[in-house]
Ligand binder design. Structure first.
Ligand SMILES: Nc1ncnc2c1ncn2[C@@H]1O[C@H](COP(=O)(O)OP(=O)(O)OP(=O)(O)O)[C@@H](O)[C@H]1O
Ligand SMILES: [Mg+2]
Length: 356
């Protein structure tokens, strides 16, 4: 609970058939439909060049849509320039002014948009407190760690109390430990203040950790959107299965169906699972590395091809008539040696049929 106004203006974002074409034929965003609810954090996730930044910049008004309609709240902003939209953006390079103190950096946008100096100062101090940087006001950016600089950039965007806050790969300059901490900070502030955030990353773990909803993009279009769990547990196709967490893809036969379930068979091993609209015949399942059971009684014959100790777990490459899979196992004390013959099964909710 907070007693301030930051976040109270949080607004939904709507894209209707939005495209962006650069020059004559670079289609950066191809006819996407998107709804970001007010107060939610939605992540755009996808490989390099798939159109994430372009989508974000169209929300900010830094790029104009070539066609389609963009709404922020109940305002049609499609043709509005950036200065007329109530949006702030946190960039990958924090873009702090090096010669200004932390406080001056955070005050800058406030004075620029017409706040009196005292009011700007008190809002900036409040923003710094929100990001855990109380008492750092007089330092220069060069006297801060990377994570602290990033939080100054977050504070600077926050204090403008935008309808929508945009982040473009905000953690890519930080080391692994700091990345985890700052992403948790961003998520906590967003939830605390009820901010509408659109967040771009190409790191699937980061997306799973911070998001209410993830939009997976591929080649300028939306491949699938849903909650982190929906995407992880029920990807629609190979691309999404592989992009969100690692997945083993295996060929199987659907040998029977009954209502909403199907029974699949791989080399005599059978399992019943949600049918996802499929009928009898060849199909593909995706299985997460942690959901492969090594040494199940009636499993599929496999050989340990590679065994790697990574501290918290063992990682195995298993081969067999089905091809090759990647498995992880918690038992680090009694690892299986390469060459060991084993049987492999699937955990209860392990495999998922891919409708595509
Ligand atoms: N100003 C521009 N002029 C021409 N083409 C552009 C421009 N900006 C982006 N593109 C092209 O549009 C496509 C999408 O670019 P975008 O920057 O949105 O990708 P991205 O998903 O953010 O990638 P990354 O993860 O590498 O940042 C790319 O093919 C890119 O080359
Ligand atoms: Mg980008």
């Amino acid at each position: 609970m907070t007693d301030n106004k930051i976040g109270s203006k949080a607004a939904p974002v709507l894209f209707e058939n939005v495209s962006k074409v650069f020059g004559k034929n670079v289609v950066a965003v191809d006819n996407i439909n998107l709804h970001v609810e007010a107060g939610k954090l939605v992540t755009l996730l996808g490989p390099s060049g798939c159109g994430k930044t372009t989508t974000l910049r169209m929300i900010a008004g830094l790029e104009m849509a070539s066609s389609g309609k963009i709404m922020i709240g109940d305002r049609d902003v499609t043709k509005l320039p950036a200065t007329d939209r109530d949006v702030s953006m946190v960039f990958q390079s924090y873009a702090l002014f090096p010669h200004m103190s932390v406080l001056e950096n955070v005050m800058y946008g406030l004075t620029f948009s017409g706040f009196a100096k005292d009011e700007a100062r008190s809002r900036a101090l409040h923003g710094l407190q929100l990001v855990g940087l109380k008492g750092f006001d007089n330092r220069l950016p060069s006297e801060l760690s990377g994570g602290q600089q990033q939080r100054v950039a977050v504070a600077r965007a926050l204090v403008l109390e935008p309808q929508v806050l945009l982040f473009d790969e905000p953690l890519s300059n930080l080391d692994a430990k700091l990345r985890r901490q700052v992403r948790e900070d961003i998520r906590a502030i967003q939830q605390d203040l009820g901010l509408t955030v659109v967040y771009v990353t190409h790191d699937q773990e980061e997306a799973l950790a911070v998001s209410d909803e993830i939009v997976v993009m591929r080649n300028a279009a939306i491949a699938q959107m849903g909650t982190p769990r929906e995407l992880y547990d029920a990807p629609n196709d190979r691309f999404v299965a592989d992009f969100i967490g690692e997945a083993n893809l295996l060929n199987c036969q659907i040998v029977s169906t009954d209502g909403d379930t199907a029974t699949i068979e791989i080399e005599g091993y059978r399992q019943t699972l949600p049918r996802r609209g499929l009928t009898n015949g060849p199909a593909t399942i995706a299985v997460r590395p942690s959901r492969l059971v090594i040494g199940s009684d009636d499993g599929i014959a496999a050989t340990v091809a590679k065994a790697t100790y990574v501290g918290v777990r063992m990682e195995y490459t298993l081969t067999g008539a089905f091809g090759q899979v990647f498995a992880v196992h918690d038992d680090v004390d009694a690892p299986l040696a390469p060459g060991t013959e084993i049987t492999m099964g699937f955990a209860g909710k392990g495999p998922v049929l891919l409708p595509d």
